[in-house]
Design a protein around this ligand. Structure first.
Ligand code: 13P
Ligand code: SF4
Length: 330
């Protein structure tokens, strides 16, 4: 196959290998292209700071879904991970949704394959399904309602107490919600690779070393870690907490990208990353979120690929549980 043909084939599949002129001012170019194409850039708190700063909206999963639902733009550039871009596409089937790197997946979403979950669901015919937004669009088609970490408690409590429930795919968040609401939801055995790697022992040692620090955590962390946390919440909730708290020092158990907004909002406060079991890894980084870069964002906006597409019937079926969530979260 000739070079051009290979390039065309790769581009068709959403892969672009473009060497960027080092003279190009990426931020200026991205802003120019965004205007020209009437695109909106939505970035999650976990991507690199420069990708948060260039966004029209930066937020948690719920905020981003809400921003996608209300945008007037013709094109949505989702600087986050695949399931988030899929959600934006389901809400906006007629808009073009692009993602700087299609390989930006999610370990939690991958822990719940459609076929296995479908089979699992048949064992609980009288249960309703709440799916955490960190799952595939296909899995959402098997759900009654979707939730994010910001509205999960509200969504669980929207069901009558006697309604039997399945919660998927995050067992840690599910377990936390069961404790919080007194429900006994059946949990799918999934977890996030970033939030499961914190060492309780090391966190306690760090708390001893910094008695003036408050320990705060995302609910995807394991139960023993959550038990010692002063505040538990979504990324937005953690951010709001550090802004309001009288404390000046925090130990934070969630992905490292959140420190960008925390430091911006509270430049005089100190933020320490909760320690991992393995001290040699960059474990607080979500390797999927970190696949996004300014260069890829520029190339993606310029060529309008890779595009996130979904079969029509998946969009149709996944729309209802997402709309229910958005309705309850207004
Ligand atoms: P938020 O709901 O706080 O955005 O968290 C999303 C996520 O992927 C956590 O790992
Ligand atoms: Fe998925 Fe975990 Fe990354 Fe969040 S931090 S996107 S749950 S792998």
């Amino acid at each position: 196959m000739e070079q051009v043909q290979i390039k065309a084939m790769l581009e068709e599949k959403g892969y672009i290998d473009e060497s960027i002129d080092p003279e190009i001012k990426l931020i200026e170019e991205i802003n120019r292209l965004k205007k020209e194409k009437n695109a909106v850039i939505l970035s999650h708190f976990y991507v690199e700071g420069e990708l948060q700063d260039i966004a029209d909206f930066v937020g948690d999963s719920l905020g981003l879904a809400q921003a996608a639902a209300t945008t007037n733009a013709d094109m949505i550039v989702f600087v986050g991970v695949h399931f988030m871009a899929e959600t934006a596409k389901i809400i906006n089937p007629s808009k073009k949704v692009i993602l700087p790197d299609l390989k930006a997946g999610c370990s939690l979403a991958e822990s719940a394959p459609f076929d296995k979950f479908k089979e699992f669901k048949t064992k609980y015919p009288d249960h309703k399904v709440i799916s955490y937004v960190n799952c595939s669009a296909e899995l959402k088609t098997l759900s009654d309602i979707v939730c994010t970490s910001a509205n999960a408690q509200k969504i669980v409590e929207s069901f009558p107490k006697n309604q039997k429930l399945i919660f998927a795919p995050d067992k840690n968040l599910g377990n936390y919600l069961n404790n919080l609401t007194g429900r006994e939801m059946v949990l799918w055995d999934g977890a996030c690779m970033v939030h499961e790697q914190y060492s309780l022992e090391k966190i306690i040692a760090l708390m001893d070393e910094h008695p003036d620090a408050e320990f705060i955590a995302h609910p995807e962390c394991e139960k023993p870690v959550l038990l010692v946390a002063k505040h538990i919440g979504s990324t937005t909730s953690l951010l709001n907490y550090v802004k309001k708290s009288k404390a000046n020092k925090f130990i934070v158990a969630t992905e490292s990208g959140i420190f960008h907004q925390m430091k911006k909002a509270c430049p005089d406060k100190i933020f320490l990353a909760a320690p991992s079991i393995d001290s040699t890894c960059g474990c607080n980084d979500c390797s999927y979120m970190k696949l996004n870069s300014l260069q890829k964002l520029y190339v993606c906006l310029k060529h309008e690929i890779p595009e996130v597409t979904l079969p029509e019937e998946v969009i149709e079926k996944a729309k209802l549980p997402i709309q229910r969530m958005l309705e309850i979260s207004k």
